[in-house]
Structure formats: structure tokens, C-alpha cells
Design a protein around this ligand. Structure first.
Ligand code: SR1
Ligand code: MG
Length: 398
């Protein structure tokens, strides 16, 4: 077992890492705060007396949200360090700066984003961060282009795909997102009042088949080195418009539509929350987010397209067809996100902090929307059509 960091041992750790010593004044007392509130890791913010700071993220050998009863390889942080560097080269202004990685103790050092807020928290508080959704669409595109057949030599790509497997974390997504919410499984939880609704979801054959199709796509389509967990809790926003995607430990070569689906699904949680609060101004702001992300993604893909490494058969028409396929995947996987965050294991504060009666109404509406869009995903041709369908389920009367 490797040694876990504590607030008391962080200064000594930093002094032992040559690439970190110059970033902080270790001659003065360091202030250390453990701030990890996610599901998996230890997170320390370390600050020196001149207010210079950095973040240390250390993998626990188990899932933090459950404790040692659910062991999980710390190698996930090795994957995250590698991906943070790669994504940092492709979209430096959209991810935290990578500083260092210690493979013996699974400690990743990166830029401190304390001047930012988690986007989910900001949305829950009714804040409007203009440009964040567009920035995340552009981030997905830079990664989709720069790590795929479009931006990488075909031979080299095969080695990159082989070197980027992340089986333990993929298994979590395969189970929690694409399997367990649709079967009787102990890790699921939801209000007892929703028993009938969940039984009906599990008995909905076209819907469950669609989830099987989405799982198959997730597990077989190694399109690009996707973030793998790009919900609004993995995005930091700041009032000056800066936006960062962080926490890429679930990254692997997978379908591009998955990252978009995590964003779309979580925008819909924010929409449901705004609606149930009767905040139509906020709801209107949130309604625009799927389109902004999609347009940011498409705009960046089209801008990068002239630089593709092999234009021989990857034509302009190919790109347009591929964008339709990514949209279709994103819609199907959005349905999975809606279910897994409401009746699966890992829920979201947008919904969970609502009073019980409102929560029940919201979850019913989100499940209804999921059942509508998954089997008919090819017919949901644009984010505005997604939002119009969302209005039918999570509309003004919710
Ligand atoms: C056991 S991990 C549960 C969830 O937290 C992460 O953020 C991922 O979304 C994962 O599915
Ligand atoms: Mg996370």
C-alpha cells in the first residue's frame, strides 16, 4: 500500500518533488486544505505565504463515496495525468495546467482553480455563466479532432488507443450508466413513491434495447480520447468567462457523443430545477445551453477539418454525416444520463436538494423524457428539438 497524504505531510511531499519546489515557497509555512467532495479521491489545495498555490489530487485505492468495501485501482490517476497533458496540448485554455505526477503514490499536481466555481453549484445558485457551454463544445471538438483519425497518423493512433485503456473506470460507467438503472440492482436508490415508475422503465423493451445499443457504442467505438465524465460537476467557471474541464480520470478512447451527452443531460437537470422553482429567466438561459455546446462543437470541428491528416475519403460530406451520428449517440446517451443520475447509484445535487415532493415530480418527468428520446434518437435532429421535447416533460406546469 502506498502512503496517503495528510494535511500534515503535504509540505514534505512537495519538497520531495523537484518539479513542484519552484512553484511554491516551501521555506515558509504552507496552508493545506483537503477539499475533496467528489466520489473518488483526496484533493488538497496548497498555498504559500505569497499566495501561490497548486492542487494535489491523490487516488485512494477504493471509491471514496462508499469506502474500502469498493476497491478501485489508483491507476486511474495515471490515466488522468496522461490525459491532462494531452488535452492540455490541444485545449490549453480549457483544462487545468498539469505540473507533476508521482506514480509511486498516485499524486497528480495541477493548477489550483480556487478562483473558479463548480458549474453545477453555480447553476444550482441561479448563476448564468455566458460562454461556458460553447467553450465545452469547443473543448470536446478539439479533443475529438486532435486525438482521433482526423488529427493523428493512422499507424500512431493504434498505439495511442492501445496505451489509453482505462478498464476499471470504464466498467463503472458500463455498470452505473448503461446497465444497472434498467435492472433490479442493489446499488440503485430512489424514493419509494417512484417504485412503479422505475418498474415501468425496466419493462419498457424499446427503451432498454436502446440502452443496450448505447452501451455497445460506448464499449466498441474508440473514436477519440474522450473526457469520459463531462458533467457540470466536472466543469469550472469564473465570472470573467474562463471555463475549465477537469477530473478526466474516466478518459479512454470512446465515442465523442458520450461527452456531449453528459453535458446535455446535466443541462436538463438544471432546467428541471429552474422550472420546478418557477424561475423562467433561468430556465430560458439553461434551455439555450445544449444548442450552445452543440454549435461550439460543430463550429470547431468545421474549423479544424481542413487540417485533417487524411483528406482522401474523409470529405466534407463525410464530416456532415459523422456529425449526425455523433448527435444521435449524444441523444441516446443523454437518456442514459437522465436515468442513472435519478434512479441509479450516483445522483446530482440539482435534483437531490429539492424538497421530496418536487423531487418526485422532477424524476418522473426526466424518466419520461428519457423514454421518449432514447428509442427515437435518430428523429431528434438538433438540440432545439431536444429542448422542445424536454419542454413537453419538464415544462412550465411541472
Ligand atoms: C463510483 S463513481 C460514481 C460516479 O462518480 C463519477 O463522477 C462518475 O460519474 C461515476 O459514474
Ligand atoms: Mg469526478
Amino acid at each position: 500500500m502506498y502512503e496517503l497524504l495528510t494535511p500534515g505531510s503535504v509540505a514534505e511531499y512537495i519538497e520531495s518533488r523537484p518539479s513542484l519546489c519552484g512553484l511554491l515557497d516551501t521555506g515558509t509555512e504552507l496552508t493545506v486544505c483537503e477539499v475533496g467532495d467528489g466520489n473518488l479521491n483526496l484533493i488538497f489545495i496548497v498555498r504559500d505565504s505569497s499566495d501561490r498555490s497548486l492542487v494535489l489530487k491523490q487516488a485512494l485505492p477504493y471509491v471514496r463515496m462508499t469506502g474500502p468495501s469498493w476497491p478501485l485501482t489508483p491507476e486511474r490517476t495515471t490515466a488522468e495525468a496522461r490525459v491532462l497533458e494531452i488535452h492540455g496540448q490541444l485545449a490549453p485554455e480549457l483544462v487545468p495546467k498539469f505540473f507533476d505526477f508521482c506514480h509511486e503514490r498516485y499524486v497528480l499536481a495541477m493548477e489550483d482553480l480556487s478562483s473558479f466555481k463548480v458549474w453545477r453549484t453555480a447553476l444550482n445558485n441561479g448563476e448564468r455563466h455566458v460562454g461556458a457551454a460553447d467553450a465545452m463544445g469547443r473543448y470536446v471538438a478539439r479533443v475529438a479532432f486532435g486525438t482521433s483519425l482526423f488529427g493523428v497518423d493512422a499507424n500512431e493512433l493504434k498505439y495511442r488507443v492501445a496505451g489509453s485503456i482505462n478498464p476499471a473506470l470504464c466498467e463503472i460507467t458500463e455498470d452505473l450508466v448503461f446497465t444497472e438503472p434498467y435492472i433490479a440492482e442493489d446499488r440503485n436508490w430512489f424514493q419509494p413513491e417512484l417504485e412503479g415508475e422505475v418498474a415501468s422503465l425496466r419493462g419498457d423493451e424499446p427503451f432498454c434495447t436502446a440502452m443496450g445499443e448505447m452501451k455497445y457504442t460506448f464499449m466498441t467505438e474508440a473514436e477519440s480520447l474522450i473526457h469520459g465524465d463531462l458533467h457540470t460537476g466536472s466543469v469550472m467557471v469564473r465570472s470573467d468567462g474562463s471555463t475549465r474541464a477537469f477530473d478526466c480520470e474516466f478518459a479512454f478512447y470512446g465515442p465523442v457523443g458520450f461527452d456531449l451527452s453528459c453535458l446535455f443531460g446535466n443541462y436538463l437537470f438544471a432546467l428541471a430545477r429552474a422550472r420546478v422553482h418557477g424561475d423562467e429567466d433561468l430556465a430560458n438561459f439553461v434551455r439555450a445551453l445544449p444548442g450552445e455546446t452543440w454549435n461550439g462543437f460543430v463550429g470547431e470541428m468545421r474549423a479544424l477539418w481542413p487540417d485533417r491528416v487524411d483528406p482522401r475519403v474523409f470529405s466534407e460530406d463525410f464530416l456532415e454525416g459523422w456529425l449526425k451520428k455523433v448527435h444521435r449517440d449524444a441523444i441516446g446517451m443523454t437518456a442514459a444520463e437522465l436515468c442513472r443520475r435519478t434512479v441509479g447509484l450516483a445522483h446530482v445535487s440539482d435534483v437531490e436538494t429539492l424538497p421530496e415532493d418536487q423531487r418526485e415530480v422532477v424524476v418522473r418527468a426526466l424518466l419520461g423524457l428519457a423514454r421518449k428520446i432514447a428509442p427515437e434518437r435518430a428523429g431528434v435532429g438538433s438540440p432545439s428539438e431536444l429542448v422542445e421535447l424536454a419542454d413537453e416533460f419538464i415544462g412550465h406546469g411541472i
